[in-house]
Design a protein around this ligand. Structure first.
Ligand code: HEM
Length: 452
């Protein structure tokens, strides 16, 4: 029997008939979002496969059904672009891999993909482990500002592995710049009254100062490599690939493009992994019994973990951390023509919000959805899980290019930390997060590390 065909846009129900969260006149749900973003996300659950939300100057259609998410990210990816929110974040990323579209994106992705392939990541995993062991070995027992320390470590690793450079004194500059710029995108100013970035508002001025600081670091990274000369073949790292690339006319990448790609990767490569590690460590501090299981696995090795060691308990823990606290809380898309989603006609240009933060905590998909239960991640359970019920790295052609690097990095950092320390809470421990471009702690995250 043939499948009934999906309705055409003309036959589908109008989007105005879809479930809607309106909130207050004019600002809509913006007040809820700014005051209590986690509560805002929780309100989306149970509304059905999709829900339309009015938030400040924007209207977002959240997709909450893994089938619809798969339709947009994978099956119908060619009819969707990243859209308005990502266009505004071009002020931060330029036209690097995260924000570019079409032919430019395709060319740059195929150029860079080899540097992120799991084989390439395995090739530098021992070096990465060496840095991780040295950093963790130098950490002292006592209270730690974990989010800041994870940020510094993942930034150092990204710069060493991708660009073959040391961080020098630039770590705090990069972290501060990213904080200022990404906070801007979820500020009341941006949500309620978005204005061109060239207007001299206080928020824009802060943004531009942070951008200039970051650009100086990027210039240094590029100038250093040009002075040293390029490597080729298996020795080549990402920066060699970018600097050595030639188009059909034999022309190198323009300086502006090169600058955008390096800036994009400096930012994309560290903040996400750091927040994934921070939240996972916080969950472990709250759950000593889970921590003990991972430590038993590490102790059984009788030596520091190597990148090739199977560590199933540790891998389950990090996945569960990414489920509860996906570092990219919302992925945005816009259809480039009218489409049908969940039986509704969705006009071209509608902002679609695909929120791992909501879907990965949906009680219809996960038993005890808000609880930290790494034991759920058995191979059979994972095989039965819908591909788009758990999508912290996105999916389809624009899936995170750095996923293998992030997973390797996270297991090496967790392995080194848990082998040496017992992670606990202090009186000041709190995990308050705000969904900017990435989930970001609004206050330092303090955890106690005691030698085992
Ligand atoms: C736990 C850590 C990470 C998480 C959760 C994460 C998440 C994501 C997500 C959800 C996307 C897709 C966004 C979209 O479709 O709109 C993405 C894209 C991307 N990520 Fe990651 N990421 C992580 C680590 C990394 C690392 C380590 C790197 C670099 C080394 C990286 C570089 C990128 C780039 C360049 C893109 C754009 C890819 C493209 O559009 O072709 N990410 N990431």
């Amino acid at each position: 029997m043939s499948q009934p065909s999906a309705p055409s846009p003309a036959e589908a129900a109008p989007l105005s008939a879809a479930p809607t969260l309106r909130g207050l006149p004019v600002i809509g749900m913006a007040g809820h979002f700014l005051r209590d973003p986690f509560g805002y996300v929780q309100r989306l659950r149970g509304k059905g496969p999709l829900v339309s939300v009015h938030i400040g100057a924007y209207r977002i259609l959240y997709l909450l059904d893994p089938e619809l998410i798969g339709q947009v990210l994978l099956r119908d990816a060619r009819h969707h672009v990243k859209g308005i929110f990502v266009e505004r974040s071009q002020a931060l990323f330029g036209l690097g891999l995260v924000t570019s579209e079409g032919e430019l994106w395709r060319r740059q992705r195929s150029l860079m993909a080899p540097a992120f392939h799991p084989r390439a990541v395995n090739g530098f995993a021992d070096r990465m482990n060496h840095t991780v062991q040295a950093v963790v070995g130098a950490m002292r027992p006592g209270p730690h500002s974990i989010a800041d320390e994870m940020n510094a470590l993942t930034l150092r690793l990204a710069l060493e592995m991708l660009f073959g450079t040391t961080i020098g004194g630039d770590g705090p500059t990069v972290s501060r710049a990213f904080t200022v710029m990404s906070d801007y995108f979820s500020s009341a100013e941006e949500l309620l009254l978005p204005t061109p970035m060239s207007w001299p508002t206080p928020g824009h001025r802060r943004f531009h100062r942070a951008f200039a600081d970051l650009s100086r670091v990027v210039d240094r990274i590029i100038a250093e490599r040009r002075a040293r000369g390029l490597a080729s073949g298996p020795e080549a790292d990402l920066l060699d690939l970018l600097l050595g690339a030639r188009d059909e006319q034999g022309q190198p990448m323009s300086d502006a493009q090169l600058h955008d790609e390096v800036r994009t990767l400096v930012l994309a490569a560290h903040e996400t992994t750091a927040i994934g590690l921070t939240c996972t460590l916080f969950l472990l501090a709250q759950h000593p019994e889970v921590q003990a299981e991972a430590q038993a696995e590490l102790d059984a090795l009788g030596r520091p973990a190597l990148p090739t060691d199977p560590l199933p308990a540790l891998d389950r823990i990090f996945k569960e951390g990414l489920r509860l606290f996906p570092p990219v809380p919302i992925i945005f898309r816009e259809p480039t023509e009218d489409v049908v989603l969940g039986g509704y006609r969705v006009p071209k240009g509608t902002t679609l919000g695909l929120a791992p933060w909501a879907v990965q905590r949906d009680p219809a998909l996960f038993e005890a959805a808000d609880q930290f239960r790494p034991a759920r991640w058995t191979p059979e359970w994972e095989r039965a899980l819908h591909r788009f019920a758990f999508f912290p790295f996105g999916g389809g052609p624009r899936v995170c290019v750095g996923a293998a690097m992030a997973m390797t990095e996270a297991r090496l950092v967790l392995a080194a930390l848990l082998r040496r320390f017992r992670v606990g809470l202090t009186q000041n421990s709190a995990l308050k997060l705000f969904p900017a471009i990435t989930l970001r702690p609004t206050k330092p995250v303090e955890l106690d590390l005691q030698l085992r």
